[in-house]
Ligand binder design. Structure first.
Ligand SMILES: *Cc1c(COP(=O)(O)O)cnc(C)c1O
Length: 397
C-alpha cells in the first residue's frame, strides 16, 4: 500500500493556480485600463463554477460571465454577489428571476430587449443589459443591419427607466490565430457599432476580448475583458510566447492491482496490443466513462512511479492497463493521467493534440457522475462538488 490516498478517478483543482492566472490576466487588462470578467460557464470549464468565481473575484476579476440564466442563478445561490452576465437563452427562459437576482442580461435583438424590459417593469426593477453586436462570428449577436434599430430601442427603454445599457459587446471568431484578418475586421465593425450606440444616446462600456485577445491583443481590451480558458491555466495562444499560466486541473487515479503476463499475451478488448516479452502490467480504474477518450488507445501514457509509462491495449469503459516492463509498483500507487506537467505527467493540451481537439474540450468534459473533484486551496480546503457529487472527498493541505 502507498501512503497516498487511493483515488479512483479524481480531479484535483488547484485554487492557487486559478488565483495566479487571474492575477496574471487582470494585470494585463489593467495595463490597458480594462477590468476583468472571469468566464465560468459550463461549471467553470469543468473546474467548479463557484470555486472559480470566488477565487477569481479574490484575485483581480470584478465580474463573472456565464452562458445561461440557470448558471447565473446558481452563482447567486452560492453566494456570489459580484456582477454576473449571461447571454444565451431559449424561448421559454424567464428573465424575471434573473432580473430579480441582479443578473445582467445580453440582448441581441429588439425582441429580446423588449422581453427583458417587460420583465424588468414587471419586477419593478431596472434590468442591466449588454447589447451584443455580431461582428463576424455569426452566432447570437445582432446583425449589423438590425443594430441601429436595437440601439434606438435600447435608448428608449433606458429613458423609460426599465433598462440600463451597461455595455456593447461582441465575440471574436479567430482570436487564437494571431494574424487572422478577421480579427481586425471584427474590431472595425465593433467600433462602428459602438459609435452607433453613442449616437443613439447610450454611454456603454465595450468588451470583446476572450483569453487569446487578452494575451495577444492589448489594443482590443477596451474597458473590460472576458478571459475563460486562461483562467484555468490553459493557453489558447502558446505560439505567442510563455504567458506564465498554471493549469489548475490534475486528473489522477491509482493502481488497483498488478500482474505479470507472458510474452505473446494480449491486453484488453480486441487484443490490439501483444506483449513481446514477459512484462508487468498495472490495472488503473478509469476509462472512457471517466473522460479518458477511447481514441487515445495506443497513443497515451501516464505518470506512474516516477516516470511516463505507456497505456497498452484499448481504453475500456472503466479501466485501462499500463505497461510497467520489469518494474514493480505498489497497489494504490498514484497515477497521473494529466496535470500541469510539472512532474513530467501528460497535459490536457497533449491529450487534445493527440486526438485532434482543443484542451477546452478535454477539461470541460472531465467532471462526470462517478468522477470526484477535490478542491485544494492553500488556505482552506473545501469540496465544491458536494452539491452534486456525494463521492467527493475533502483533502487537507
Ligand atoms: C466562452 C466565452 C468567452 C471565453 O473564451 P475563452 O476562449 O475561453 O477565453 C468569452 N466570451 C464569450 C461570449 C464566450 O462564450
Amino acid at each position: 500500500m502507498s501512503d497516498q490516498p487511493a483515488y479512483r478517478a479524481d480531479l484535483r483543482i488547484d485554487v492557487d493556480a486559478i488565483r495566479h492566472n487571474v492575477r496574471v490576466l487582470s494585470a494585463r487588462a489593467r495595463d490597458s485600463g480594462a477590468r476583468t470578467m472571469a468566464i465560468v460557464k459550463s461549471d467553470g470549464y469543468g473546474h467548479g463554477a463557484l470555486t472559480v468565481a470566488a477565487a477569481a473575484l479574490e484575485s483581480g476579476a470584478d465580474r463573472i460571465g456565464v452562458a445561461s440564466i440557470g448558471e447565473a442563478l446558481q452563482l447567486r445561490a452560492g453566494g456570489i454577489t459580484a456582477p454576473v452576465l449571461c447571454w444565451l437563452y431559449v424561448e421559454d427562459d424567464d428573465f424575471g428571476p434573473a432580473i430579480a437576482a441582479d443578473i445582467e442580461l445580453s440582448a441581441s435583438s429588439q425582441e429580446s430587449l423588449r422581453r427583458i424590459a417587460a420583465a424588468a417593469e414587471q419586477q419593478g426593477r431596472v434590468a442591466r443589459v449588454h447589447l451584443k453586436i455580431d461582428t463576424g462570428l455569426c452566432r447570437n449577436g445582432c446583425p449589423a443591419e438590425l443594430w441601429p434599430a436595437l440601439v434606438e430601442d435600447a435608448a428608449k427603454a433606458e429613458a423609460d427607466g426599465h433598462v440600463e445599457v451597461v455595455a456593447v459587446w461582441s465575440h471574436l471568431a479567430c482570436a487564437d490565430e494571431l494574424d487572422h484578418p478577421s480579427i481586425d475586421r471584427q474590431a472595425e465593425r465593433f467600433g462602428l457599432a459602438y459609435e452607433q450606440a453613442r449616437s443613439a444616446g447610450l454611454n456603454p462600456i465595450r468588451h470583446l476580448a476572450n483569453s487569446a485577445a487578452v494575451l495577444a491583443r492589448p489594443d482590443l481590451h477596451f474597458e473590460l475583458v472576458r478571459p475563460g480558458i486562461a483562467v484555468y491555466g490553459l493557453d489558447p495562444v502558446p505560439q505567442h510566447g510563455d504567458h506564465d499560466l498554471r493549469p489548475a486541473m490534475t486528473f489522477r487515479s491509482s493502481v488497483v492491482s498488478t500482474k505479470r503476463i507472458a510474452s505473446g499475451e494480449s491486453v484488453s478488448y480486441g487484443q490490439q496490443w501483444t506483449a513481446e516479452r514477459p512484462t508487468n502490467v498495472a490495472l488503473v480504474p478509469v476509462g472512457y466513462a471517466d473522460g479518458v477518450p477511447r481514441t487515445l488507445s495506443g497513443r497515451m501514457s501516464v505518470w506512474l512511479a516516477g516516470k511516463r509509462r505507456p497505456v497498452v491495449g484499448r481504453v475500456c469503459m472503466d479501466q485501462l492497463v499500463v505497461d510497467l516492463g520489469d518494474d514493480q509498483v505498489a497497489d494504490g500507487a498514484e497515477v497521473l493521467l494529466f496535470g500541469p506537467g510539472d512532474r513530467g505527467e501528460p497535459t490536457a493540451a497533449e491529450w487534445a493534440d493527440t486526438i485532434g481537439t482543443i484542451h477546452y474540450e478535454i477539461v470541460t468534459g472531465m467532471y462526470r457522475p462517478r468522477v470526484t473533484r477535490t478542491v485544494v486551496d492553500a488556505l482552506v480546503s473545501v469540496d465544491s462538488g458536494s452539491y452534486r457529487n456525494d463521492h467527493s472527498r475533502q483533502e487537507l493541505p
